[in-house]
Design a protein. Structure first.
Length: 237
């Protein structure tokens, strides 16, 4: 078993335990393997171990990797590519053309451009609205107060399907305190659903806090370091 395969097993076991501890159904939390800064060979190792969904932050790096793994399949299904990084207006077209999901829609303008640029022969682009739940100046995302209006506007756009919310809370080592922002995001999610939006995705939780995220309702966790190892940003793929 390769190192990446072993790490995937460990992460899937963590997710399974956290799901059971939260009293949630088995399989209710999806794993998104965050392959940013790692090359196509690392993705192929993960694919060989059964991983199908991958998250990327940098547009050009991701496009090269998508092309290099175009022939990869898991049980006959092509790979699923999720854009999870900050997205500039001038980079929306290639994302609209090559990705299946975008988690980091942080303003209506980005959603409008993705909708307009999504090719007609592709299924709707699956998107999440990013919430700056901790109020950090360095983080993208709408404020909690802005969420209802922006979510409704995105849900009305053609060529997109609003699936839910995404958040990256301020780092916190205390497991009990890790849960607080995730709980707040889940409350926003429940409010939107009560208002009639058909949402099913809470994209939250990373290598250091996935248990807290699952405890508070995450349906997709974005895990990179615990699968692929420490990143070297000086030598991006």
């Amino acid at each position: 078993m390769s190192t990446i395969a072993a790490h995937l097993d460990d992460v899937l076991s963590r997710i399974s335990r956290a799901t059971a501890d939260a009293g949630r159904p088995a399989g209710s939390v999806r794993l998104l393997a965050v392959s940013k800064t790692f090359g196509a060979d690392a993705v192929r190792e993960a694919v060989a171990a059964g991983q199908r969904a991958f998250g990327e932050n940098y547009v050009q790096e991701a496009l090269d990797k998508i092309a290099a793994t175009d022939d990869a399949r898991v049980e006959g299904e092509p790979l699923e590519w999720h854009f999870i990084g900050p997205l500039q207006s001038n980079k929306t077209r290639p994302v609209a053309e090559h990705f299946d999901w975008v988690h980091s829609v942080d303003r209506l303008k980005i959603a409008e451009r993705l909708s307009a640029q999504r090719p007609a022969d592709l299924p709707p682009l699956q998107v999440c609205l990013q919430v700056n739940i901790s109020g950090e100046a360095s983080k993208s995302g709408v404020t909690p107060d802005e969420v209802p209006a922006v979510a409704r506007a995105i849900a009305a756009l053609p060529n997109l399907t609003l699936r839910g919310l995404m958040a990256i809370p301020e780092p916190e080592d205390d497991p009990s305190r890790q849960r607080e922002p995730f709980k707040a995001v889940h409350e926003l999610f429940d409010t939107l659903r009560a208002e009639g939006l058909a949402l099913d995705t809470l994209s939250m939780g990373m290598s250091g806090d996935l248990e807290a995220a699952v405890a508070e309702g995450a349906t997709m966790v974005r895990i990179g370091t615990a699968i692929f190892g420490a990143r070297d940003y000086g030598s991006r793929a």
